[in-house]
Structures are given as C-alpha cells and as structure tokens.
Design a binder for this molecule. Structure first.
Ligand SMILES: Cc1ncc(C[n+]2csc(CCOP(=O)(O)OP(=O)(O)O)c2C)c(N)n1
Ligand SMILES: [Mg+2]
Length: 625
C-alpha cells in the first residue's frame, strides 16, 4: 500500500490573495454567488464575455465539476458541506445528485459508475462521520485502480485542530488510502485543485483523490477561472514503453514456446482488449485473466484458459506453474494469483507491462519490466512482430488441452436443493454474460467469476484488491445510473448484502433497472469454507443465526421480491425476475455447505491446488446455524 500513493512536488500558481473577498455573511446572505452568475446561468459564456465572474467557493466547486464534464454525483449532505448542497440545488438541470443512504454507498456507487463508463466517478460527503465513512471505498478504489474524486466538507479553517463538532483529520486519515488528497485552505485554490484532482484520478494508474474543503472556504469568494491544463513537473506517467525493453520482450516471446498471457485490470483500464486479442492470435498464446481482468478477453475463445488465482481453473494455474514465459499485462502479481511467492512460476521468464512503476518488481522480480500504458506498449509489440503464421505450440497446447479435459470446472448437481453452481449456470444461460454484473465478496463472487461469461471488462464490477463485502449493491447502483439501457445484475451473498442493504432505498428512489440475486447459503460461506478445510470444521461465528426475510425486505423498500428454493423453481424465478421492471430481488436458497473449487490455499504453491471431490461429499447437509 505504501508504494501506491504518488508524491508530487508542488509548483502551484494561485491568484494573489487580494483577489479573495471576505465571506459575505451568513449562508443565506451569501446565497447569491457573485452578482455575475445567476442560478442556471452558464459560467463559461460569462467568462468568455468579460472579467471572470466572482463566485463563492461552493459555486466554484459545482462549476468546476461541470467543467470537468461531470453530470452525476453521489452523496450525502451535512453541516460542513451545506453551502455546496445549496449550489447543487441551483444547478440541478446541469448536475444531477443522487442521494444514497450511507456514504460508503456513495463511494462504491462512484466506483461502479467509473468502472462501467471509464469516466471519473464523483462522491460528495460532509465532515467528520461523513468523511470517515468513505475510507473503505477509497481504499477499495486505490486497490482496484478506480478513478474517483471525493469531495468532503470540513469544519471552518478557524476551527481546524479544535476538536470542533464533526471534525476529523480527514487528510491524515485518508492519506494512505488515496492516490492523492488535499485540504484546500484558500478559495483561489479550489478550481486548480479540482482540475488537478481529476487529472490525477484518471491518469497513470487511476485511483481515488480526496479534496477536503473547509466550510468557510466554500463561503469565500474569488474570480472563477477554470484552468485548461495541469502542469505537474514531478508527475508524468509513462505511456510509451521503452523501445529497447519492448524489443527484448518481443525477441523473448518469439523464442519461447510454453508461454502464457496473464492479463489484469490494467487491460480494461487502458482499453487494450483488442491488442491483447491480437497478440494472443498472432502468437497463438493461451490467455488467463485475473479476477479484475475478467471480460478483457472473450471467455468463449478457445485460447482462454479461464480465470487464474486462488479459485481459478486448474489449467490456468498449472499453465503458470509450468510455463517458460509469462507475459503479464496490467496485473500486479497479487498474492491471490502467485500463491507462495518463492515457489511461483520458478521455470518462467517474466515480462511485466504496467503503467505503475511502483508495481514492477514489487512482489515478483521480473526479467523484462516495461513501464507504460498497456494499449500503447502492446501496440508497439504488435508492430514489431514479424508477419508470419502463428506458431503451433503443439506440445504446449496438447498439455493444456489434456488438463482442461481432465479437470474442468465441475460439480455434482442435485435434485433436492439448488446447487450454487447451478444458480450461476442458469444465470449465464439466461443472460449470455451480456449484462453488467456486480458482485459482493465471498463464495458467490468466485462462482460468478467462474461461471458468468462476462463479455466486457467494463461489465464486470467486483472488489478484487480489498475484497469489500458491501460493495456489490452500491456499485450496481452506480452502473445502473451510467446510462445503460439493459438491466444491471448484482450478485450478492446473504452476508454481504446486509452490509449495504440500505441502498435498496436508492435503487427504488431512482427506479433503477437492477436485478439483485442473493445467493443465500445462510452462511458467511467463504469463511465457513476455510474453517471447514483449514480449521477442522470448527465453525466459529459463520452461521448467520438470524437472517431477515429478504423478500419482505425488498417489498418494504418498494422493490419486487421473489424466492426460489427448489431446483425446479430456479429458472422460472430468474426469468420472472429478469423480466420484471424496476428493482427486483431474487432470494435464491442454495445448498449450504458447498465449497468453491479449485482452491489454492493461502500461502500454498500452484501445484498444491485442491480439487473438488468428484462425488459431492457434502451430500448430507449439516445443520449449523
Ligand atoms: C467488510 C468485510 N468484512 C469481512 C470480510 C471477510 N469475509 C470474506 S468472505 C466473507 C463471507 C461472505 O458471506 P456472504 O456474503 O454470505 O457470501 P458467501 O461466501 O456465503 O457466498 C467474509 C466475512 C470481508 N471480505 N469484508
Ligand atoms: Mg452466504
């Protein structure tokens, strides 16, 4: 985590203090933000006409957001951010605010919006508890390289450090979980800071940026000019790969047989799907995506080995263990992928393409590091490749095909209860993987990753790095508000769903076309699985002894609730749920004690992968709750 935060040397140009005006009294009195700009007026035309309009800080914030092209923000108001909410009220026709029910929901919604659109997601919260509630979301976005900007209110500059009401050291608290953060103490700094924040959030390795704005700064006035560029001498992300490194990598690729293309979320971020496909096609390379890279390569393509990692396919993991060359594009050798690092892919040379220099040689030393944007670097590689037919790699493919035939993803279906894998197969069959799908964290997430054939990286929303239970529903809210016409799926667990369940109100309030599928195993299933396998079945606090009736909860919030308990009900309930307009919750009761396989236990090597029992040993469900 330490390496994730960027260091920036500041050379900021700000207008002279004389440009600043004293606050013009009470919030009510300062409600008209500079005579030059009436509510709803277009600041840009005013600016072009004459001297810049004098606006109060709150108005500068909303005008700056509009200048950045933001038309939707997620948030929750409070005292310290009141001036800004007052301005939001006046620009409703240009900047839509969606009221969530918890600030964590606002940040995850901004993440879901960002992930599904490629744009920067924005959240706005008040000081103190409002701001501390965003810490999980910021950390989640940092780990998964999601571009978001969070604006938090702060107590007035005169009160900072006084233990004032709803004061928290938000810059201190969020320093390790943001790509960068700011405390803005002068109204003149607001517009340049917002410009810079958006640039930092979306450039290089994207990530979360927080801007903490004291209440008096939002009341002060100054001329509003939105900068048209950002100059940061010490922050210049490398886009183009070093030509010599690229050449070395291409030579190695051309001279290696047992090669694997290992792709991560960076492929989605840089929009390098086509280049990855081309590289795989022209070199006849097997491809394995990480959890974050799902959708970046067509799952039905014969060269796709399926997901890699702790619950990845046997073939994908063993391909890494047996490879002589691994080409990592936009992934970060996460421990869920490498397993035991000192035993990881010992026979393989490694090429690593990553835009973040801090991610290179961090956990795994590589032979050819290439810092640069994945799309750009792969483009350089494709240009260097000779125009010859793809190499057959006959022995390598034969070995991989044999593994695939021997150890496919499999499970034993049952007639007396719904097997979790059956749930996902049915969902895949009904949707073809074409809908945006968010997940929560746990067994359902892994089965979704294994069975939901998502056809684009931007349609797959999951908390990979942090593994945040509670992410799924608000992330789906953000995606559903991104302009998609199709339904958005949220696959969640009975535990995870209860972590941000309050966002059901946001779904109904916004009349979202959202289909929530609760894979209800009455357990914190993934933890139970570990306790079963690694703690001799001592189930410690993983059986949800009380759980509410999710159908009634959905109805209480004004959504539609459906339930399937028997295998013969599954398809009909899913069909009905997917075809019912608005927000629908499907409570799917599945077998309680099924495990996700394959599984590489934490700290084990790839070759220590555990396979599922061919015959289901969970045939007799054990009651524990
Ligand atoms: C906020 C948070 N707390 C705790 C965990 C640890 N954890 C990982 S998976 C899991 C169980 C999730 O249960 P559920 O949502 O029902 O999913 P299932 O595994 O049963 O599919 C827990 C507690 C976590 N990932 N996130
Ligand atoms: Mg569960």
């Amino acid at each position: 985590m330490q390496g994730s935060r960027i260091a920036i040397a500041k050379t900021k140009q700000t207008p002279p203090p004389s440009a600043r005006r004293a606050p013009s009294g009470t919030p009510a009195a300062s409600g008209t933000p500079g005579a030059a700009l009436e509510p709803g007026a277009d600041a840009s035309s005013e600016i072009a006409a004459a001297a810049p309009p004098v606006l109060r800080g709150a108005r500068i914030i909303v005008e700056s957001l509009i200048k950045e092209g933001v038309d939707l923000i997620f948030g929750y108001p409070g005292g310290a951010i009141l001036h800004v909410y007052d301005e939001l009220y006046k620009v409703q026709d240009r900047l839509r605010h969606v009221l969530v029910r918890h600030e964590q929901g606002a940040v995850h919604a901004a993440e879901g919006y960002a992930q599904s659109t490629g744009k920067v997601g924005v959240a706005m919260v008040t000081s103190g508890p409002g701001a501390t509630n965003v810490v999980t979301g910021l950390t989640n976005a940092l780990m998964d390289s999601t571009p978001i900007v969070v604006i938090s209110g702060q107590v007035a500059t005169t009160l900072i450090g006084n233990d004032a009401f709803q004061e928290a050291d938000v810059v201190g608290i969020t320093r390790p979980c943001t790509k960068y953060n700011y405390l803005v103490k002068r109204v003149e700094d607001l517009a340049p800071t917002i410009k810079e924040a958006f640039y930092l959030a979306r450039s290089g390795r994207p990530g979360p940026v927080l801007i903490d704005v004291p209440k008096d700064v939002t009341a002060w006035e100054c001329p509003f000019v939105y900068p048209d560029k950002v100059e940061l001498a010490s922050y210049k992300p490398t886009i183009k790969g070093h030509p010599l490194q690229v050449k070395k990598a291409v030579d190695l690729m051309l001279n290696s047989d047992r090669t694997v293309l290992y792709i991560g979320g960076g492929v989605v971020t840089s929009g390098a799907e086509r280049e990855v496909y081309e590289l795989s096609r022209r070199l006849n390379l097997p491809v394995t995506p990480t959890l974050m890279g799902l959708g970046a390569y067509p799952p039905s393509d014969p060269r796709c080995l399926g997901m890699l990692g702790m619950h990845g396919t046997y073939t994908a993991n063993m391909a890494m263990a047996k490879a002589e060359l691994i080409i990592n594009v936009g992934a970060r050798f996460d421990d869920r992928v490498t397993g035991r690092v000192d035993k990881f892919a010992l026979g393989a040379k490694k090429i690593h393409i990553d835009i973040d220099p801090a991610s290179v040689n961090k956990t795994v030393n590589v032979d050819i590091p290439i810092v640069g944007d994945a799309k750009h670097v792969l483009g350089q590689m494709l240009e260097m490749l000779p125009d010859v037919p793809p190499p057959p790699r006959t022995a390598w493919w034969a070995e991989l095909r044999e593994m695939q035939a021997r150890y496919p993803l499999r499970y034993k279906d049952r007639t007396d209860c719904i097997m979790p894998q059956r749930f996902f197969e049915e969902l895949a069959r009904l949707t073809g993987g074409r809908y945006i799908c968010s997940t929560d964290v746990g067994q359902h997430q892994m089965w979704a990753a294994q069975y939901y054939p998502v056809d684009s990286g931007r349609k797959w929303l999951t908390s990979g790095g942090l593994g945040t239970m509670g992410y799924g529903l608000p992330a789906a809210v953000g995606a559903a508000l991104s302009g998609t016409k199709e339904p958005v799926l949220c696959v969640t667990g009975d535990g995870s769903f209860q972590m941000c369940i309050q966002e059901l109100a946001t779904c109904v309030q916004e009349n979202l076309n959202l289909k929530i599928l609760v894979m209800n195993n009455r357990f914190l299933g993934m933890v139970r699985q570990w306790q079963e396998l690694l703690y001799d079945r001592r189930y410690s606090e993983v059986g949800l002894k009380y759980f509410p009736d999710f159908v009634k909860i959905a109805e209480a919030y004004g959504a539609t609730g459906l339930r399937a308990e028997k295998p013969e009900e599954l398809r009909a309930v899913m069909e009905q749920g997917l075809n019912t307009p608005g927000t629908v919750l499907m409570d799917i009761i599945v077998h309680k004690e099924t495990n996700v396989y394959p599984m590489i236990p934490g700290g084990a090597a790839h070759y220590e992968i555990l396979l599922g029992p061919e015959d289901d040993q969970d045939a007799q469900p054990r009651e524990l709750a």
